[in-house]
Design a protein around this ligand. Structure first.
Ligand code: M6R
Length: 408
């Protein structure tokens, strides 16, 4: 990174953003000799490489804690802004479609895609599972989701009829990058969904959708996840419009829901009392279970990861209907079960799973949509998120699951 009378070497831009905004981004196999007043970049053979200066346009403030105790809480509270920025310029003014200038696909471009493979790690993998529901239900294309560290080693059935999507906040996760290279070798079309401009994954993929979350400094991913979901949802609606698989009024409803989302996320973050009550009451539990069906199950996976990672509490996420196939044995008196119940098409089924855990004297915390009069009758505590479109519910429902560790 290029300063005035000083130069820096850093693994990521935020590390040095308060000293300079001018950088060289090294590609694989390149090296540099850096002194206080010169930077020489060369390839493995020592041949000089001419590099273009990459100017960082992020707000320097954005990489600071801005009054919050630490980065994770700051980033949780930045979600309304991150969501707004990820949709900015990508929603048609009349709500009739998604604009992806970075893709500019036509019907013919996508006619040859027979399947989609999503590859990622950790939280980004969980975003990929939500993406599977979005892409299959809206664009009607078969989707498989892989953990990046498995993908390369399972002889994946990927070819030139596959669109391979790689999700990564940092754009630098080695397993995801290696999987991307493998997919390219097998002939797939590749698309990165990443937050970091100029990152290795962004440079390696054929095309990129940037999430506009701003720098994510905390190790625990929060705003990157919610903006990844927005990126995947917009991609699904975009593909659905090209393929004619989604009626116009559904496209409109989703876009209108996306416009309302920043204010709704803000609403959740403004009133955290119910989340605090449950966090303080059950923060000392040894085991916590998360259950849900359909998109709620995908969110449960992420809720469970956040709790483990931040609170060091053992947590498991289950598709609610799967619990009875063994794990129910672990549901004993007083064990907290967080039941997500935002999805109307599986609502009654979820309620019957809630009854199963209540019958074993679990303490059930239900996460539902405002206006749901029924849920309270079945659970011990409720946390409501503002009512929204079913595909947007995961983006709001995850917020109360990111917060408990912070509020204990
Ligand atoms: O930068 P990436 O999105 O590729 O990172 C992948 C995972 O390491 C990451 O999502 C991790 O699981 C989260 N930081 C956990 O909160």
């Amino acid at each position: 990174m290029l300063g005035e009378g000083e130069n820096f070497v850093a693994s990521d831009i935020p590390a040095i953003i308060n000293r300079t905004r001018r950088t060289y981004i090294l590609s694989d196999g390149e090296m540099a000799i850096v002194t206080s007043d010169s930077v020489w970049v060369m390839n493995r053979q020592g041949v000089p490489v001419s590099k273009k200066v990459f100017e960082v346009h992020w707000d320097a403030e954005a990489a600071e804690k801005g009054g919050y105790e630490h980065f994770m809480i700051k980033e949780i509270y930045e979600q309304p802004k991150a969501i707004r920025e990820t949709t900015t310029g990508r929603l048609a003014k009349d709500d009739t479609g998604i604009l992806f200038d970075e893709l500019k696909w036509t019907k013919d471009d996508i006619a040859g895609i027979h399947k989609i493979t999503i590859v990622a790690c950790g939280t980004a993998y969980h975003a990929g599972i939500v993406g599977k529901y979005y892409l299959e239900q809206l664009a009607r294309i078969p989707v498989e989701v892989d953990v990046a560290s498995e993908f390369r080693y399972r002889s994946p059935l990927v070819d030139d009829k596959t669109l391979a999507i790689f999700i990564s906040q940092s754009g630098e996760t080695l397993d995801t990058l290696a999987a991307l290279k493998e997919a390219k070798k097998l002939g797939a079309r590749t698309l990165a969904v990443t937050n970091v401009v100029g990152s290795s994954i962004a440079r390696e993929a054929d095309q990129v959708i940037y999430t506009q979350a701003g720098p994510e400094i905390a190790v625990a991913s929060t705003k990157a996840y919610t903006t990844q979901l927005i990126g995947l949802l917009m991609l699904s609606v975009y593909l659905a419009s090209l393929r004619g698989t989604l009626p116009e009024e559904r496209v409109k409803a989703i876009i209108q829901g996306l416009r309302a989302l920043p204010a709704q996320a803000h609403e959740i973050l403004e009133d955290v009392e119910s989340i605090k009550t449950f966090a303080q009451k059950y923060g000392f539990s040894e085991d916590v279970f998360f259950i849900g069906r359909s998109l709620d199950y995908a969110v449960a996976l992420e809720g469970s990861l956040k709790l483990k990672e931040i609170s060091y509490i053992h947590a498991e996420a289950y598709a609610a209907g799967e619990l009875k196939h063994g794990t129910l044995a672990l549901i004993i008196e007083g064990v907290p079960v967080i039941a997500l119940a935002t999805q109307r098409d599986v609502y009654e089924k979820t309620l019957s799973n809630i009854k199963e855990v209540k019958a074993r004297d679990a303490v059930v915390i239900g996460i539902g949509m405002q206006g749901d009069k029924q849920l309270e009758k079945y659970v011990d505590h409720t946390i409501f998120v503002p009512a929204t479109e079913k595909y947007l519910a995961p983006i709001l429902a995850v917020i109360p699951l990111q917060l408990p560790a912070e509020l204990m």
